[in-house]
Design a protein around this ligand. Structure first.
Ligand code: ADP
Ligand code: ADP
Ligand code: ZN
Length: 210
């Protein structure tokens, strides 16, 4: 199964992708995580994308499309994958089609802007495996440590309130039109992302029929 998890920054894409991926036994591909890993490793690619990411702007389409197509060509993607944070522009959605990728469903997590800042300021992320937590809504079992891999959790630089506002503006301007793109193909499904994590997961499973 090839799925897209769609939604505003902080809507819960990473949180739900992790659960759906475990259930289906397919990998989650988060372009945000790939970008952060490249920045942390100081690669050429990392240097190229750092400014964009830190400012809450989108990395240029050709760079992200290149990263994504390399990633989905690997063996672990043969039986499907979940895309978290891609496509974020119409050009990226078209590139996915041009690669011959047959998407079964684009699942959109609907969360209004006024809830987003609270989620971002409380978010804690695992720099090792990419799992995300929230200090109040979804805390790790052991404070400050990742449940999955025990690494020390961090606060992302771009989760500062002023950058969150910039990211929301980018989302409405450049990413939201991608919803209509999949709706026109009859592939869009929506879930109320304001509910508790477990209820969102339940609704996502129902929407996907898994
Ligand atoms: P969130 O999950 O909070 O929405 P991500 O981890 O998906 O954030 O993305 C973090 C940053 O990485 C974005 O603000 C952007 O700079 C960059 N990025 C991630 N995915 C893409 C993409 N598909 N196209 C362009 N930039 C991207
Ligand atoms: P995204 O990948 O869409 O940027 P995340 O999955 O990282 O979003 O979630 C953003 C923040 O909100 C994290 O701190 C996460 O623990 C928290 N969160 C995710 N889903 C919910 C939910 N249903 N209710 C409350 N908080 C949530
Ligand atoms: Zn981890």
């Amino acid at each position: 199964m090839k799925l897209i998890l769609f939604g505003a920054p902080g809507a819960g894409k990473g949180t739900q992708a992790s659960k759906i991926a475990d259930r289906l036994g397919v990998p989650t591909i988060s372009t945000g995580n790939i970008i952060r890993e490249a920045i942390a490793a100081g690669t050429e690619l990392g240097k190229k994308v750092k400014e964009y990411s830190n400012a809450g702007k989108l990395v240029p389409d050709e760079v992200v499309i290149g990263m994504l197509s390399e990633r989905i060509s690997r063996a672990d993607c043969a039986n499907g994958f979940i895309l978290d944070g891609f496509p974020r522009t119409i050009a990226q959605a078209e590139a996915l089609d041009a690669l011959g990728v047959e998407i079964e469903c684009a699942l959109s997590l609907e969360v209004p802007d006024e809830d987003i800042e609270r989620r971002m300021t409380g978010r804690r992320s695992c720099p090792a495996c990419g799992e995300t937590y929230h200090i109040i809504y979804n805390p790790p079992t052991s404070e400050g440590r990742c449940d999955k891999c025990s690494a020390e959790l961090i606060r992302r630089a771009d989760d500062a309130p002023e950058t969150v506002q910039a990211r929301l503006a980018v989302y409405h301007e450049q990413t939201e039109p991608v919803k209509a793109y999949y709706d026109a193909k009859g592939k869009l499904k929506t879930v109320d992302g304001r509910q508790a994590v477990e209820k969102v997961t339940e609704d996502a499973y129902a929407a996907l029929g898994i």
